[in-house]
Design a protein around this ligand. Sequence first.
Ligand code: TYD
Ligand code: MG
Length: 467
Amino acid sequence: MAKARTQFICQNCGTVHSRWAGKCDGCGEWNTIIEEDPTGGIGGGPARAPKKGRPVALTTLSGEIEDAPRIESGISELDRVTGGGFVRGSALLVGGDPGIGKSTVLMQAAAALSRRKHRVIYVSGEEAVAQVRLRAQRLGAADSDVLLAAETNVEDILATLSEGKRPDLVIIDSIQTLWSDTVDSAPGTVTQVRTGVQAMIRFAKQTGTAIVLVGHVTKEGQIAGPRVVEHMVDAVLYFEGDRGHHYRILRTVKNRFGATDEIGVFEMSDSGLREVANPSELFLGERNEKSPGAAVFAGMEGTRPLLVEVQALVAPTSLGTPRRAVIGWDSARLSMILAVLEAHCGVRLGQHDVYLNVAGGYRISEPAADLAVASALVSSLAGLALPADCVYFGEISLSGAVRPVAHTAQRLKEAEKLGFSRAVLPSASTDLPKNGNGRLSEMETLPDLVAQIAGSRRVLQQAEEAD
Ligand code: TYD
Ligand code: MG
C-alpha cells in the first residue's frame, strides 16, 4: 500500500501543493495553504483499493420524466432567479455575506413550499433549534410543516434524510459547518466542505431531492474557502445588498437550468423579506431632480428593465494625485470614460477628484451605463442639472463613438412607464419602437453629448476656468 502523504491545499482556490508555502501560486493569496489529509479527500469516500467497476445501463434522451421537474415556491422574485423554481435532483448554492438574509429568505421559501404540500427539511448547523424557531415566528412561518434539525455531521444528516418519505427540498445552512467522519481535517477546511457537499449532491442525484446549500462569502466576494464548490453544484446564487439599505438582491451567477443574468429584488422588513415587484420605483425613490451630476440609466437585468440613478461628483482636488472613487460600478471602466472625455471631448479632469455612486447600493455590470456615467460626470463638472425626465443608455468605445446596445425597446418602455419622456441613446439603435411618444436624442459620438449637455462647449470651458 502506498505511504499516506499529506497534501497542502489552498483554502481560497483549492490548488494542491506538495509543500507548504506562504503564498499560493494558484490565486496569489497569502497564508491560505493548510496541511490536509487527503484520504477520502478528492473522491469523497475513504481510501481503499479501487473496486472493479460495474457497467451502468445506457439510456436514450427521450423518455418519461417523473414528477414536475421544478418545485415553484410562489415567491416570484425567487422563482425568477432559479429559472422557474427549484429543480429536482439538483444542488443550488446560495452565497452571501454573513447577516445579509440568506437564512431568512430560505426559511420563507421553506415555509412557502411546505404550504404547497411539499416535504421540506431545514438543517441548521449554525443556529440552535430555538433560534431558528424564533426567526420562523418572526416570519410568520412557525405554523408551517417545515421539518427542522440542528446537525452538522454529514453521515447523520444523510441517515436522517433517508428515513421516511423522500423530501422534496432540503436546506443545509451552512456548508462551512458540515463535517464528515471519513475525513480527518477540521470542519470548514476545503477537504471537509468538499466531502460534505459531494455527499449532499450524491444524495440529491440519487433521490431527486432538491438541495439548497448556504455558503458564506469572504470580503473579496468568493464563497469562503472552497471555490471548488461553485463548480460542483448546478446553480449558484449570490445574495447581496448594502447594510445601510433595506433592499437585497438575489443574483444568479451560474445556472445549469436557466439564465444567469436574472436578479430578484427584496426589501428587508421587521417581518422578513418582502418582494419588490417594481425595483425601478424603489431605486429612483429618493431622487433630487434639480442637482447636477445625476443621470438616470435605463438598464437591463436579465429579462427585466431597471432604471437606476448614477451620481457623479467632480470637484477640484487638493491632492497631488486626484482621487477616483467608485461605488456600484467598475473602476476600470470609469478610468476609460475619463480618458475618452479628455482625449476626444476636451474635458480635462486631471485636476479634479471624481466620485461616482450608483444610488441605493445597486451594482451595475452593463457597459450600456457608459453614456449615463459620462452624462453625470459632465453635468457635475459643468454644474448644470440634466433634464429630470430623461434617461441615458449606450456604450462608449475608445474612439468616442457611442455604440448601440440591446433591448432598446424594452428600456424605453420602462422609462415611459415611469414618466420619463426623453431618452439619450445610440444613433444606430435598431429595435426602436415605432409609435413611441417619447422624444429621442440619438447620439453618434460622445462629443455630441457633451455639447448637448453643456449647451455649447464654451459653457463647459467657462465652468472649468471658473474652478
Ligand atoms: P439572516 O437571514 O440570519 O442572515 P444570514 O443567514 O445571511 O447570515 O439575517 C440576519 C439579518 O436580517 C439580521 O441583521 C436581522 C435581519 N432581519 C430583519 O431585519 N428582519 C427579519 O424579519 C429577520 C428574520 C431578520
Ligand atoms: Mg444564517
